[in-house]
Structure formats: structure tokens, C-alpha cells
Design a protein around this ligand. Sequence first.
Ligand SMILES: N[C@@H](CCC[C@H](N)C(=O)O)C(=O)O
Length: 271
Amino acid sequence: MRFAKGHGTENDFVILPDPDGALDLTPALVRWLCDRRAGIGGDGVLRVVRTEALGAPLPESARSAAACAWFMDYRNADGSVAEMCGNGVRVFARYLIDSGLAEGPVIDIGTRAGARRATVGADGDVAVAMGEVRTLGKGGAVLAGEDLRGARISVGNPHLAVAVDRPVAEFDLRDAPLLDPAQYPEGANLELFREVEPGVLEMRVYERGSGETRSCGTGIVAAAAAAAAAGGGGSAWTVRVPGGTCAVTLDPGGGALLRGPAVIVAEGETR
Ligand SMILES: N[C@@H](CCC[C@H](N)C(=O)O)C(=O)O
């Protein structure tokens, strides 16, 4: 099986070119590919498939993806399926261009949350229009015995974005947060963020299906939206995560642009 490896601010992915939809991508295969000791290693898998080769009809939420030539079939490291991955779309766009599958610099990519437009810049950064960012009210979680309250936000996938008042490095993110299943029947990603300068956030994330990762594009957008709603600033945000820095621009219509680096680091074949 051919693969590539890439990352966006160290949120890393095993990329599987499968234009004709021939691959049987089981949860067990995903877990093996993402295993950092026995496999290749990654926070998730990006299957690169032609939308017309998907086989199954797209859910209502993904209807706009039907017009896209390429579909990002995203899987978390535990084998579960997620609707969207912000860094994944950026790395996916970089892969399509580097491998000659798309010309760019603007590429519409299908996801389970609908079409997402990625623009590859001359500086190598990839910006993606993240679709509608919806704030759904307040939510809570218990993390390492600590009660946290924050904003429930959908960026196509579910988030709890929590503003904290001490450095994010001080939190214990080894174990999964306990979420209220009534609020999050499908689970969620937890972001802890703190405004360290006007318009600048530091953030850490515990991702549903992957554990703590060094970056999460949808989570970065959720944190920026939560910070903006709390009155901490305007539309332009810089978000520092353990794996690097991304920029978010919130637009008055409820959308967001996420921009940051995306690179392909290796290509190979499994045995
Ligand atoms: N790392 C991604 C998010 C991947 C999906 C997430 N773990 C979920 O289950 O919703 C990103 O960059 O957005």
C-alpha cells in the first residue's frame, strides 16, 4: 500500500492515495497505520479518494462535497470517523498539489462536513475556508478531576473550547476529559486556551479519537471563536499550539479562514 506522511503544525497524518476507492480501510488498519511504534505513526489518516468513487451516498451535511473532484476521508488514530479536520484539509491540499493530482492554487475539497476551499500560498502556507462556525451554548467537562466550563462549538465537528486563567502547559491532558453525553452524544474535542496578548492565544487540545495532539485546526478555530465571543478581541487571531502557530480570521457571516504551514515529509510503501 502506497502512503505519504505529512503534518500541519505537527498534527500528523498518514496519507493514503486511493483515487478509485479500492482500499478497504478498516478501523484496525487505521489503528495500525497510526501506531507510532508498530506502524507508521500519525494522529489520523487522510484517504485521498475521488468523490465519484466514494460508493456510498453523501450524508445531507456533506451534499456540497459532491461537486469536488477529491474527497478527504478522515479517520482518527483510534479508527473512528470524523466529519472534519482543519489541519487535515490543509495537508490534503498540499498533497494534491505536490503529487500533481490538482493544479491549485485554489482547490475545493470534499469532507463529511461539506466542501472546503483551500488556497495554497506562494510562501507554502495553506489557508482553508472552514465553513460555518456555530456556537451552541455552554458546556462542561471534567479533566483530571477539575471542572471546566466553556463554549460548545461546531466547526463541522464538535468542540468544547475552554478559556483558562493559568498557562495551558500546567494542565494534565494524559487522560480523556469526561464529557456530558447529553451535550456530546458523539464525543468532542477539548481545547484549553488563554489570551497571552491581545489577539494572541496559547492553546492545547485533547482530540476525540486521538488523544492530546500538537495542533488541531478545527480546535484552533473553535478557540478563536470562543475568545471573540467572550469579548477578547476582533476578527484576527494568532493561535500558538505546541506544534507551531496558525492564524484565524473570523468573518462576520459566521465563517472562518484558517492559515498555517502544511508539509509532506515522506512517501513510501507498507510491507
Ligand atoms: N486534528 C483535526 C481534527 C480531527 C478530528 C477530531 N479528532 C474529531 O474527532 O472531531 C483538525 O485539525 O481539525
